[in-house]
Every structure is written in C-alpha cells, then in structure tokens.
Design a protein. Structure first.
Length: 125
C-alpha cells in the first residue's frame, strides 16, 4: 500500500469515529431528560423490605417558560416506591416518572429509626 492510501484509510476511520462520537445518541443525558434528586428517605416498607422516597424539583422549573414563582412548595415533588433493595427502588422510581433519576445533587439520605433497627440494615449485628 502506498502512503497516500494509508492516510486516506486513517482519515476515513477518524471521520467515522467522530461521527459516531458526536451523534445524537449521546445527547440523552441533557437536563430535560434528568430528574435531580435533592433528598432521599428510606423507611421500613409494608409490602417489601423498604420504602424509598425521593424529593426533587419539577421538570417544568428547568424549562425556560417554567414557573418562576418564589413559593418553593409548588416546585417540590415527592415520590415513593416499595422494593427489596435500593437499586430496584430507584429503578421503580425511574419508570414511574419517565426520567432518569440523577443523585449528583442529593444532599441528604435519611434512614428511619425503624429501618435502622432492623437486622437487614446492618447484617453484622
């Protein structure tokens, strides 16, 4: 192979790589598709081992034409799900609200006293 054909092949491979890297499939994690959890509470469940409650802002407050009132109680949403593990509870919450929960802004995880006393909270007791 000549040097010119090798350069063309390398350029073509880099071109395909950049098209794939900057395609729309990587834009699914924008702010309109995420729900930022502000606080999370874990309590003893009635039907499952735990009840997970997530507090987050409404997605309309992120949009440019959203509600800009100073009353913060209108922009807070609480949702709950009962599950046997934290991960399955978060997956249930994801499917319920239709957005991906993002825990990057979660400032508090609160465990109830009933849940903390149970033996499955800390198995080595």
């Amino acid at each position: 192979m000549s040097q010119k054909s090798i350069i063309i092949i390398v350029f073509f491979i880099l071109f395909i790589f950049f098209i794939n890297a900057f395609s729309e499939s990587y834009t699914s994690h924008n702010i309109s598709n995420l729900a930022y959890v502000l606080a999370m509470g874990i309590d003893k469940g009635e039907k499952a081992k735990m009840k997970i409650t997530a507090q987050f802002n409404k997605s309309s407050s992120f949009s440019p034409g959203g509600d800009t009132s100073s009353d913060s109680s209108d922009s807070i949403v609480l949702i709950s799900a009962e599950a046997d593990s934290i991960f399955s509870g978060l997956n249930l919450l994801n499917s319920y609200i239709g957005k991906e929960l993002n825990l990057a802004h979660c400032s508090a995880v609160i465990f109830s006293e009933e849940f903390a006393i149970e033996r499955y909270f800390y198995r080595n007791l």
